[in-house]
Write a new protein. Structure first.
Length: 317
């Protein structure tokens, strides 16, 4: 229990640190608009982007992952520790009870049926070797690379070992449930359609994904898809405002969900609709240049990894 508690806190600390760095890169000092849980979700994206890049040159083993984690923590501590304290203090009422609940849910964590067949062998390849050309020739399932496995592999850390890779779904569950609870009880949003969406979505997420281990990629892929839709709705609550924070989150979460599982491809409809409205209103896309750059860089790394593994950009074609 104590080991799990400490391990989970380490994972959360790394992701929050990653999110603080990335949010500052994306929107500068405006990153204060993001709450504690949004910072954590952005941290997941940024940490995955780092893992994709690093794996081209080195295995995601204990040493490499340890260096990445230490660098992230050091940069965050030296530059953003006051911001971290402020964000944590604002969400303390939700953070502590939710932390205990998620840890209790994780105690009886048992990997789903795909774990031994596909997930674990893939993670072992990621942690043992740098990127392998033609990896899909060893097993057809390796022709499809989900970025969620890259992300999970980065927590193959000293002391955590393989158990660290199994905490990522729990961390995501913590940030998503915390985000919506924060919207309801801390931010106390006005009555509008996005608020109704939260009230409808929160019970679904709690009931549907209580057994975190049973859902594999479905949970992260669907979660980021639903988050994209939620922030999309928020944009139109005020006749499509140009809130940079919301636009960035829709863009980042949409591309992320797509690379976790291709079944989320309908998310492209959201992106096309937003782009169309931005063109109509002559929006200055320069304001989103950083988030667009990182989104396409993310897709580029993912497609390159896909091509190296299988020799094609789309699996089985």
């Amino acid at each position: 229990m104590i080991e799990l508690f400490v391990s989970f806190l380490v994972v959360l600390l790394i992701l929050i640190s990653s999110g603080l760095i990335f949010s500052r890169i994306l929107i500068g000092k405006q990153n204060t608009e993001y709450n504690f849980f949004e910072i954590g979700l952005l941290g997941i994206f940024f940490y995955t982007l780092i893992s994709l890049f690093v794996h081209f040159f080195a295995p995601l083993n204990e040493v490499v992952n340890g260096i990445i984690a230490l660098v992230i923590l050091l940069i965050s501590f030296l530059n953003y520790r006051e911001n971290f304290k402020k964000k944590l203090y604002q969400s303390t009422k939700i953070f502590l009870p939710l932390l205990i609940i998620v840890i209790l849910m994780t105690i009886k964590y048992k990997p789903n049926e795909d774990y031994g067949f596909y997930h674990l062998p893939y993670i072992i390849n990621l942690t043992s070797e740098k990127i392998i050309f033609g990896l899909s020739n060893l097993q057809p399932q390796f022709s499809w690379n989900s970025t969620w496995l890259n992300f999970s592999s980065t927590f193959y850390l000293p002391f955590l070992k393989i158990k660290g890779t199994q905490l990522t779904n729990s961390a995501l569950y913590f940030f998503i449930i915390g985000l919506f609870l924060n919207k309801i009880f801390i931010e106390k949003k006005n009555e509008n359609f996005s608020t109704f969406f939260i009230y409808a979505l929160l019970p679904y997420l709690i009931i549907k994904f209580t057994r975190i281990s049973e859902h594999g990629f479905d949970f992260p892929a669907n979660s980021f898809l639903l988050l994209s839709f939620y922030y999309f709705i928020e944009l139109f609550d005020k006749n499509f405002d140009f809130n940079k924070k919301k636009l960035v989150l829709v863009l980042i979460f949409s591309f992320f969900s797509l690379t976790i599982k291709l079944s989320t491809i309908p998310v492209l409809i959201i992106l096309l609709f937003i782009s169309y409205n931005l063109f109509l209103k002559r929006y200055t896309f320069k304001n989103l240049s950083k988030s667009i750059f990182f989104s396409f860089l993310f897709i580029f790394f993912w497609l390159t990894q896909q091509y190296i593994y299988s020799g094609c950009l789309t699996p089985f074609i």
